[in-house]
Design a protein around this ligand. Structure first.
Ligand code: ADP
Ligand code: MG
Length: 591
């Protein structure tokens, strides 16, 4: 008996869908790319529940005839190529004729479409590859496709989807990859009735501003340098950030012939151009667009893959690097990195130290104050610090508590260190790191015990966020409340900070929040101890005294008591040394 048979189309389509449509964002990508291929001037995207209930794309493109509307949902039906040789001169986004049949195999799809030349349009309804209805309808020129209940008939795949926040972030990323290529097309993105993006037709620079700029007063794109290079092989244009704009979450985008791509090798070429200009772990933003003959790149890559193979990567590398370098040189960009700014914990220069030395006193916050709190006696356990230093411990007498109370006279030394003479030698404490460690423990306890209040602000500080940041922020809001931040949403992407953690004193709540958002972005889907630790650490770094700030003896005293009352005080939560001990032996050896 023969056992091989052809699969019915609906099954074949579902299998194909597993490849092409993996999540709401892949569906969005296919729909918007179809709109672009259809010559749309305006594309509107609406999603509900991060695309899980609805993804709708409305365009004013060519529209389809009655029979094309039906054909579009057949496998390998495409208007974009006719034979294999067309593959090598491809100028459209799609060509496989796979997207629509895949989507309609795993969702409930409603489409209306009309060409300019037709008086009436066509409405079509398909669910799980079955056509439920097709009839004439009144609709405007162009195409509207609604994809409802993605994976309604494939529960396993539906369960595989991530949280709404993650899927929405994926949708927004996909949308960004497209709109950054087509500034001459208007786009809107509406999520659960909220306008996330409303991007008019503009120049590329304005488009970048529209996507990543937060406020009109501080232009994001003012910090970008234009690059442009035409060679026989490739044309490179776009924007790169000045070195001082480098950060840990920099926006970095490559596009080739109008498609977003990832390219680790070219990324290295860009970084090479910046060599010597960036602090460790900081990356520059860039928006780089390549144009190259279509037959010099492999277009036949998988639709969900963003890596693209170039025939001649080795030749492009130096061209790219030199182009970026030239832009940095032309604008006479000298490295000017503010090591003290934000929360970068780095050594300070002499000049900065002198500037800091002028600051006469330490401004401590009025609410929680690590230096004024426990007057009750803490049991310092810093003696144990010497243990690893002592091969024959029993021979050396440890100072007892009374000794600490009466004999530990901390002295400040230049650069922000505290020195104490102990019975056994010298103890050096890094004041800023000690403060970070103390604040971190305090804040983490607040977060874990789920209580804590902030200091109300008479005049709220304003916080403008990007769409991605807003998603992160909304998820973090309850946690932020426990460390004292209260925010009120006043408009899309716009918040008022009405209360801030008292540990911040007169430091900027906005800067602290931004640092928290940046640090939390990658793990926001899972609110747990990991993210609480990140929040506590980031805020502690924002609130702690800067390196080199002068302190009174009483303040140093309190700081040491609080530090040594902690179970872990030798290193900061992120692993930096807080305390260095020099035993008498060690000192003797040095002489
Ligand atoms: P591909 O884009 O690879 O050709 P799709 O399955 O995405 O395959 O689309 C099939 C066909 O349906 C396209 O080739 C195009 O002719 C038509 N089509 C799809 N979306 C639109 C749209 N928004 N406007 C006009 N035609 C469209
Ligand atoms: Mg397509």
């Amino acid at each position: 008996m023969d056992v091989i048979r052809l699969l019915p189309d609906s099954v074949a389509n579902q299998i194909a869908a597993g490849e092409v449509i993996q999540r709401p964002s892949s569906c969005l990508k296919e729909l918007v790319e179809n709109s672009l291929d259809a010559g749309a001037h305006s594309v509107r995207v609406l999603v509900r529940d991060a695309g899980k209930s609805l993804i709708q794309v409305i365009d004013d493109g060519s529209g389809m005839s009655v029979s094309d509307a039906r054909m579009a949902f057949e496998r390998h039906a495409t208007s974009k190529i006719r034979d294999a040789k067309d593959l090598f001169s491809l100028r459209t986004m799609g060509f496989r004729g796979e997207a629509l049949p895949s989507i309609c195999a795993v969702a409930q799809v409603k489409m209306t479409t009309r060409r300019t030349s037709d008086e009436v349009g066509t409405a079509l309804e398909i669910a799980g590859s079955h056509v439920l209805r097709q009839e004439p309808c009144q609709c405007s020129v162009g195409t509207s496709i609604q994809v409802q209940n993605l994976f309604f008939n494939v529960p396993a795949r539906r369960r595989f989807l991530k949280s709404d926040q993650t899927e929405l972030r994926n949708l927004i990323a996909t949308f960004q990859h497209i709109v950054l290529v087509y500034p001459d097309i208007a786009f809107t993105f509406v999520s659960d009735d909220e306008i996330i993006y409303d991007l008019p037709v503009s120049t590329l620079k304005q488009r970048i501003e529209g996507v990543f700029g937060r406020s009109k007063s501080k232009l994001y794109t003012a910090q970008l340098l234009e690059i442009e290079q035409q060679t026989e092989l490739v044309t490179i244009r776009g924007y790169v950030g000045k070195p001082e704009t480098a950060n840990k979450q920099a926006q970095q985008f490559f596009f080739v012939n109008g498609r977003y791509m990832r390219h680790p090798y070219f990324h290295k070429a860009v970084l090479q151009a910046y060599s010597g200009m960036l602090p460790a772990e900081q990356l520059p933003p860039y928006f780089i667009y390549f144009e190259i003959a279509p037959d010099l790149i492999d277009v036949n890559v998988h639709p969900t893959k963003t890596e693209i193979k170039f025939a001649d990567e080795q030749s492009i590398f130096p061209i790219l690097s030199a182009t970026v370098r030239a832009a940095l040189g032309k604008f006479n960009v000298v490295p000017s990195i503010d090591f003290l700014g934000g929360n970068i914990d780095m050594p300070v220069s002499d000049a900065q130290m002198r500037a800091n030395a002028k600051a006469p006193e330490l401004h401590l916050s009025s609410g929680y104050n690590p230096f004024s709190s426990p007057k009750e006696r803490v049991t310092p356990n810093w003696q144990e610090l010497y243990e690893p230093l002592k091969p024959q411990q029993q021979q050396i007498a440890l100072p007892d508590n009374d000794f600490i109370e009466t004999q530990l006279h901390p002295q400040a030394v230049a650069g922000g260190y505290i020195v104490c003479v102990t019975g056994d030698g010298l103890m050096l404490v890094h004041a800023r790191r000690a403060h970070i460690t103390i604040l971190y423990n305090q804040l983490l306890t607040q977060l874990q015990n789920r209580h804590g209040a902030g200091q109300q602000l008479l005049f709220p500080e304003q916080l403008a966020v990007s769409a991605d940041e807003q998603v992160v922020l909304e998820t973090l809001l309850p946690e932020l409340k426990y460390i004292g931040f209260e925010l009120e949403k006043v408009a899309a992407n716009q918040y008022d900070i009405t209360a801030l953690p008292s540990v911040l004193g007169n430091k900027s709540a906005e800067a602290a929040l931004r640092a928290i958002l940046a640090r939390s972005a990658e793990c926001v889907t899972n609110i747990g101890d990991g993210i609480r630790q990140r929040i506590a650490l980031t805020l502690a770094q924002s609130a702690a005294i800067p390196m080199g700030k002068s302190m009174t003896e009483a303040e140093m005293d309190d700081m040491l008591k609080l530090l040594f009352a902690l179970p872990s005080h030798r290193i900061t939560p992120d692993g930096k040394t807080v305390v260095v001990l020099l035993s008498a032996d060690e000192i003797a050896r040095r002489f």
